[in-house]
Design a protein around this ligand. Structure first.
Ligand SMILES: Nc1ncnc2c1ncn2[C@@H]1O[C@H](COP(=O)(O)OP(=O)(O)O)[C@@H](O)[C@H]1O
Ligand SMILES: Cc1ncc(COP(=O)(O)O)c(N)n1
Length: 273
């Protein structure tokens, strides 16, 4: 089977739990082919973000161009885009080279640790240049609040907020409710004419670093292999929930999920452990 070609445009997490590293693991574990345009390098671990260095827009453009003019892509996924210039560069480049390719935008702003990764002014550029082109945006609650400029205080307000986000011009919104302190977690999908909800029991774990990146990349792999959006999200959710349940504690803070739980060859003894 030819794997789905997924181009990930996002930042690096030295700790390996979020960002590009989580994206590559999720796409690979789901049998897709992961390619990357690195936007920024972060010094980051399970405790927080110690340093951020954004790469020049021209180098980001060159990476996207290099991949798309040779290998091509079945789905694009964006994560940390650290400045308005980076956002306009990415938007122009994919308009020129991949105008028909589905685009999943994860509007990353803040790491799980609470450290800011993207300045507030980048939000406006995202609204103007990238969100109207998106097949799906996947904000968490703080990101949705920043995009809308209003608070979302309970799961009851999530559908209304997702519908308002849809008015920004994307084709669909998956609003993730992990940050609401509820026992049950709700994620809401709104498209033009359709509304759907996923409800999960909250797993009691500190291994929740990179959940948003992992979910968006798993969805990108599903869309890239030709699944419907709803099917790709359901499959991505199933993958992430098992990755949360099977996580092994690493580090002193918020550790990574277990991205590689899909690999059963070790368990069956086909490959020596
Ligand atoms: N402790 C948990 N138990 C079960 N699902 C979780 C848990 N934490 C996060 N999730 C799921 O992970 C996904 C992303 O979570 P969220 O925290 O809302 O976004 P982000 O990781 O982008 O901050 C959502 O589908 C959410 O339901
Ligand atoms: C480079 C990079 N990109 C994105 C995130 C968001 O991760 P989380 O899913 O923990 O909010 C991160 N911590 N680092």
């Amino acid at each position: 089977m030819t794997p789905a070609r997924i181009l990930i445009i996002a930042g690096s997490d030295s700790g390996g739990g979020a960002g590009i590293q989580a994206d590559i693991k999720a796409v690979t574990a789901l049998q897709g082919y992961a390619m990357t345009a690195v936007t920024a390098v972060t010094a980051q671990n399970t405790l927080g973000v110690q340093a951020v260095h954004g790469l020049p827009p021209a180098l980001i453009d060159a990476q996207i161009r290099s991949v798309l003019t040779d290998i091509g892509a079945d789905c694009l996924k964006t994560g940390m885009l650290h400045s308005p210039e980076v956002i306009t560069t990415v938007a122009h480049c994919i308009k020129e080279l991949a105008s028909d390719v589905p685009l999943i935008v994860d509007p990353v702003m803040v790491a799980q640790s609470g450290d800011r990764l993207v300045p507030q002014e980048a939000m406006q550029a995202l609204i103007e240049h990238l969100i109207p082109r998106a097949t799906l945006i996947t904000p968490n609650i703080p990101e949705a609040e920043a995009l809308l400029g209003q608070p979302i205080e309970s799961t009851a307000g999530m559908r209304d907020a997702a519908e308002q986000l849809l008015c920004l011009g994307c084709k669909a919104v998956l609003l993730k409710g992990g940050h609401l302190r509820s026992a049950q977690l709700k994620d809401v999908l709104v498209t033009d004419g359709e509304h759907f909800e996923w409800i999960h029991e909250r797993i009691d774990t500190t291994s929740d670093h990179g959940t948003g990146c992992t979910l968006a990349s798993a969805i990108a792999e599903g869309v890239g292999r030709g699944l419907s959006l709803k099917h790709a999200i359901a499959r991505g959710q199933a993958y992430l929930q098992t990755a949360l349940r099977e996580a092994v504690p690493l580090g002193k803070g918020h550790g990574p999920v277990n991205h590689l739980h899909t690999i059963t060859a070790f368990k069956t003894g086909i490959i020596e452990q």
